[in-house]
Design a protein around this ligand. Sequence first.
Ligand code: NAD
Length: 421
Amino acid sequence: MAEASLLDHALVRLDEASAHLTIDADVIEKLKYARETTKVRLMIRMDDGSRKSFLAWRCRYDDTRGPTKGGIRFHPDASEDEVEMLAFWMTFKCAVMNLPYGGGKGAVQVDPRALSKAELERLSRAYIQAFSRILGPDRDIPAPDVYTNSMIMGWMADEYAQIVGRAEPAVITGKPIALGGSLGRGDATARGGYYLVRHLAKELGLNGSMRVAVQGFGNAGQHIARLLASDGHKIVAVSDSEGAVQSKAGLDLDKLLAAKAEGHSVASTVGQGGHDFLSADHLVSVDCDLLVPAALENMIHEANAETVKARLVLELANGPVTATADAILGKKGVVVLPDILANAGGVTVSYFEWVQNRQGFYWTVEEIHDRLRAIMEREGRAIWNLSQEKGLSVRTAAYVHALSRLAEAIEAHGTQNFFMS
Ligand code: NAD
């Protein structure tokens, strides 16, 4: 028997959610497969004059609710299967937040750290040349993902503008502010998670100061630590790919942020300001109230889930808890606020960027924060209530919430169109 793909694993969530809804089998059939995945080989000139080629993909998983939306990942292990799984997640994430988007994703199989800046720019432009017919503000809208950033989005937006012969900033989000990027995008993912926890604090039994452990001290991890600390919560442990630190009295965030800004690991602060050594593998087992995985996929798994002491897990990373670990946490009574809700602040502010680009009128950062908070609270509350009414985990409730919106849209399109006939 063929080994289960990454997408097969993700589809388990679709099965679970469909068990709690009365929906047509056609809907499930449609959501089981990517609508279209295009694979190309990008050929670029290297600085030494040689030519090198890289595999690249763009997947438009489902566009029933609107143009497909999803980041572009540059990673040596990128694969078609992973791109489709991530695009499936985006489909559900956009539906969870009621954004007028379907789900998509893209990737290039490359280690970007091995390229010069000029090579990286040529590769980014080559990606847009290859996929320009698929992309468009009403069709498919990329954004940054792992190892891509606003500088790369700027090059890509520029390449697209040259191809179509006009400025089209809404074709891509996560751009530099100077090219139509939105205020508030930098900390949007963490801020969305922060608003969610704050809004549901009473229901989650959180009162007073929480002890927080953060796994991964990059964009999402640093911002969530800063936001929670500003509300008086204590950050008792953090980790990155090279190590970890802990302090029962609370870590000194300024020291940690300064170490990262200088390119050092959080572990370089051991011995300063009461910071003690911690093995990065033990971060998930630290005695705390809230655990925030903000690093990579599958970090909480069968072998360590039992050791989690937190009462609440906020998934800022995508897919940080495996399905087996999820069941173990559920049995222990640990509440998991799932990725498709908890980290959806990022795509929500990307949506705001697209809206601002299209109307040519830009919002203040306060307006961005207010609108993000309102959406996180609205959808978080609906999902929480659904989980309580039906006795579901918050994750299953989030999938049910999204699936009912997707089903309604698929059915509203009619059953005789090309993709449903
Ligand atoms: P980032 O690259 O800025 O940070 C990742 C951090 O994880 C780094 O500090 C890295 O050192 C650390 N890390 C890597 N391996 C680790 C390990 N084994 N143990 C502990 N730490 C480790 O990335 P980011 O943008 O903060 O994204 C983090 C996660 O959040 C990813 O899963 C990403 O898909 C997800 N996410 C991010 C956004 C966003 O807007 N940034 C949006 C949605 C989801």
